[in-house]
Design a protein around this ligand. Sequence first.
Ligand SMILES: *Cc1c(COP(=O)(O)O)cnc(C)c1O
Length: 446
Amino acid sequence: MAAPLALADAADPSFAELLALRPHLSLHAMDGLVMEEVPLAHIAREVGTPAWVYSAGALRRRARALKGALSAAGLTATVHFAMKCNDNLSVLKVLAAEGLGADVVSEGELRIARAAGIPASAIVFSGVGKTEDEIRHALAEDIFQINAESAEEIEMISAIAAGMGRTARVALRVNPDVDAKTHAKITTGKSENKFGVAISDAADIYARMASLPGIAPVGVATHIGSQITAGMAAYRAAYARLAELVRDLRVQGLPVERVDCGGGLGIPYRDEPAPTPEALAGAIRATLGDLGLPVMLEPGRWIAGPAGVLLASVVLQKRGAAHRFVVVDAAMNDLLRPAMYEAWHGIVPLSAARAASPLSPAEVVGPICETGDTFARGRLLPELVTGDTVAFLDAGAYGAVMSSTYNARPLAAEVLVDGARFAVVRERQSYEELLHGQRLPEWLTT
Ligand SMILES: *Cc1c(COP(=O)(O)O)cnc(C)c1O
């Protein structure tokens, strides 16, 4: 039984290999797995599990690496953190202090960004279905830019802005019809996807924007997908099409002030080849550099993903007919990515002694009543006993934000580590809060 599983797992990176690529994490004989200077076992004891833990140092380092790569390529660029991947107030505060703005996709995100101290002048609003109320709120806040995704939305924005006596700064999101070669659920730049306007219609729609009373066209935007690891070819193709469009618009005498290059830069969850910020900056420079325009970037995952872990405790180890099951107290309601995208996350025991013990294949599962509540299959792990704790790596993006209370499981706590300090930055939801807002109709109470 062990042989085929072992073969399938032969390519998985070891604990040491995983940690070597994540400099905010290290394994110590006494303290076990440490984030920056804080033993994660200490946080698990104090805060309980499951718990999300973010490294402020990693967030800062990654924000600086990205900005550094853009300026080293000679680009004038602003970076707007795609906060749909992590909308924790403290995470945003750390990134705001690094000079990052926000890319928001709802009024809720816009309000959280403002609460974190991100100035309206650094906020861009994307999304295929902004409501009238959301557009009105964005205009009242006077945000930097709204990315319009359709001809219909442009009429809507203009009417609302004109009614408010305002002019909306609008960029047109273009669908460049390129295949980013990522998971189907997170590909956004193919013609069949719901995002943006077809590149062949873009010039006409842009001209229409310029003729409307409530709109000041400021540029063009694209975002071709998420977790892009297949190199720079798709980015280059998309940006080359944008550059061609900008030249067309200029020939028509239409104003173009900037180009929004979107996000999507992938990270190595397992051992995927990782495109670097330098490669992305180079692709932007090579395709858009000649236009002499400032560019915007909307990265989410690349900045926050590797900066976070999800801590979970082992409830029990169960010997099934075919497998060893490690049942943990985190589940698909916490970390949805394995169930939703078949995603692979590194799983590292917090104890150095456990990490050094002999490995054998295990199914790592949560307690939810669905077979999809499986984090890993045939994963090489040591024998684990009740109360042992593990860290799911790269859980800082599309982690806590995608969690739910499915199976009436309270939302997990969130913790920020900064050097030798740590603090709970979002309390674990209480059982009372699970019932909050529910009320019985009068006819059921008698
Ligand atoms: C999701 C999204 C992003 C961020 O994507 P990442 O893969 O997390 O970098 C950027 N821009 C838009 C419009 C998005 O929808």
